[in-house]
Design a protein around this ligand. Structure first.
Ligand SMILES: Nc1ncnc2c1ncn2[C@@H]1O[C@H](COP(=O)(O)OP(=O)(O)OP(=O)(O)O)[C@@H](O)[C@H]1O
Length: 262
């Protein structure tokens, strides 16, 4: 099977500082790739390349066999550790924005049946992430775990081909983190997602991932630490299904739009 995402001899350099060198990576559709490595190894830089926020200084990044567009498109969704939701919008508004903005780029608002359809779609996605009863709340009224559920819904509503997670659960308490592991596993299965996740938590990397990639420097120059960059030092295939047992799916609200209409 051909790879959904390919990195071919990718380098990231800032002036004389080499952050990543000779990174070669093929990620097949449906994979859950965890990326680990010491602080400063270039894990977030790698995600920014896949997101299209940055271009490699050498090499190529291909999505579906095509060179990546130089900006983030709807084919890539991303969830950061925090602050990725709009604080001035309700939960439903946050997710609808992802549908309204591309469909009506000037007003960022749909009307009539198109709006009702978008509302139904956004409400269904919020049910899937366990926020079906919170459509009218604002982010400030929600816990960190709920905000991350919202960030995931916001990323998934555009049906990305690949979901990028940058330390998505790093700021959460252990219990909430375990719930989120169940949720992301459930969504990965239900939506047939391809996921690339950066984490500092090695247990999390091995529990969730079907494959773990470790970035680190192979060569060091003690007199010029910036001279060599990190690369993939280990690439461990684990299994085809993650070890986490997903929780029972949330019960859908029989009439999700009634809460949203108020
Ligand atoms: N715009 C930039 N200009 C110069 N150096 C940069 C820039 N962006 C990142 N770097 C450097 O690239 C290196 C890798 O940073 P990056 O954030 O990708 O590492 P990381 O592995 O994600 O680290 P952490 O685990 O601490 O989040 C760091 O040394 C950082 O200082």
């Amino acid at each position: 099977m051909s790879a959904l995402l390919s990195l071919r001899n990718v380098w990231v350099e800032y002036g004389e500082k080499v952050v990543l060198e000779k990174v070669n990576l093929e990620v097949s559709e449906g994979a859950f790739l965890s990326i680990i490595g010491p602080s400063g190894a270039g894990k977030s830089s790698l995600l920014r390349l896949i997101l299209g926020q940055e271009a490699p200084t050498r090499g190529q990044v291909l999505l579906g066999g095509e060179p990546l567009e130089p900006q983030c498109g709807p084919d890539r969704g991303v969830v950061f550790q925090r602050y990725s939701v709009f604080p001035h919008m309700s939960v439903l508004g946050n997710v609808m924005f992802g549908l309204e903005c591309p469909a009506a780029p000037i007003a960022a608002r749909l009307f009539g049946s198109a709006r009702r359809k978008a509302m139904g779609e956004a409400a269904a996605m919020l049910h899937a992430v366990g926020l079906g009863d919170s459509l009218n709340l604002y982010p400030a009224q929600m816990s960190g775990g709920m905000q991350q559920r919202l960030a995931i819904a916001q990323a998934l509503i555009k049906r990305p081909r690949i979901l990028l997670l940058d330390e998505p659960f790093g700021a959460l308490d252990p219990g909430i983190r375990a719930d989120m592991h169940g949720l992301i596993t459930q969504l990965w299965r239900d939506y047939g997602l391809t996921i690339v996740m950066v984490t500092h938590d090695i247990k999390e990397a091995f529990t969730l991932g079907t494959r773990v990639l470790a970035l680190d420097k192979r060569r060091h120059d003690p007199h010029a630490p910036h001279r060599y960059g990190a690369t993939a030092v280990y690439d461990l295939p684990l299994r085809t299904a993650p070890a986490v047992v997903p929780p029972a799916p949330p019960q859908p609200d029989p009439n999700p739009l009634s809460a949203a209409a108020s």
